[in-house]
Design a protein around this ligand. Structure first.
Ligand SMILES: O=C(O)CCC(=O)C(=O)O
Length: 270
């Protein structure tokens, strides 16, 4: 996939791009089988909801080792559609993944994600510059009812905003205070709803404000995220670094594989 000049300009202006049907129904079905397989894996990185024990986030699908390694997720993370798009937007062919994850927002009981910038956490991981972008992959049809993501257009241009550690959900997240967010949203364009069919993807800048609400529907909402950084921008040492599953130290440049590798990886699973 080669992004057009218009897409590059829109990313610069808005801080995100949305790609309907970037991942096929067959690929989504395979990735969903992988999520089901990983559901009960007892991995260090899996964050479970306090009330139900259902996963909220599962990490580290993209590596070729470890309890949550997944060939289809690894292939997708290196495909021209995903890695190639991130390379173009970050202006660098040498990228690695800071972390990958699947966020499971369980029907009715799954918890929310407050307004935040990802770089709020990643700067504290020791990453010097906001030269990072995340590709989201919908593994379900997502709607406002099911707690889809919202993006605040242009907010990446504000730079990094002061963050506080929100501990109200099972995943401790550096978030923007409600007071700050209310002021800023009053002066911003309306948030964009990232909804649509499973297989829809969105790539967004690490300083873009985003959030998602409750899943009031009867079905879980599953979404995968690949968070890219440029290799030269890898984290420097910090005191008490977070674990490797969320702050990778595998800074080797990733290599592109073909788009067909996602489905081809199923043969390797058999
Ligand atoms: O999955 C979601 O609804 C939001 C996730 C998110 O914002 C994050 O993981 O940083």
């Amino acid at each position: 996939m080669k992004l057009t000049q218009a897409q590059m300009a829109a990313y610069e202006r808005d801080g995100f791009l949305i790609f309907p049907d970037l991942v096929s129904a067959e690929e989504v079905a395979l990735l969903r089988r992988e999520v089901e397989r990983l559901w009960n894996v007892d991995a260090e990185g899996t964050v479970r909801e306090g009330k139900t024990g259902a996963p909220k986030s599962m990490f580290r699908m993209h590596e070729d080792n470890g309890a949550t390694a997944s060939k289809p997720f690894r292939a997708l993370s290196r495909s021209p559609r995903v890695l190639g798009a991130a390379q173009q937007l970050l202006g660098d062919d040498k990228l690695y993944i800071h972390h990958s994850k699947v966020n499971v927002k369980a029907a009715i009981e799954g918890s929310v994600w407050p307004w935040h910038q990802d770089y709020g956490s990643w700067k504290l991981d020791g990453i010097e510059r906001p030269d990072m972008a995340t590709m989201l992959v919908m593994l379900d049809d997502a709607s406002e009812m099911s707690g889809c993501l919202y993006l605040l257009p242009g907010s990446h241009r504000w730079g990094r905003t002061e963050a506080y550690l929100d501990t109200s959900t099972a995943y401790r997240l550096w978030s923007v205070t409600p007071e700050d967010m209310k002021k800023r949203m009053a002066e911003s364009p309306a948030p964009v709803v990232v909804d649509g069919r499973a297989g829809t993807c969105a790539i967004f800048h690490c300083n873009l404000m985003h959030a998602s609400g409750h899943n009031l529907s009867h079905r879980d909402r599953w979404q995968a995220y690949f968070c890219f950084n440029t290799c030269v921008n890898h984290p420097h040492d910090v005191e008490n670094p977070r674990a490797d599953f969320v702050r990778s130290r595998n800074w080797k440049p990733m290599e592109l594989v073909s788009d067909a590798s996602v489905l081809a990886s199923e043969a390797a699973l058999a």
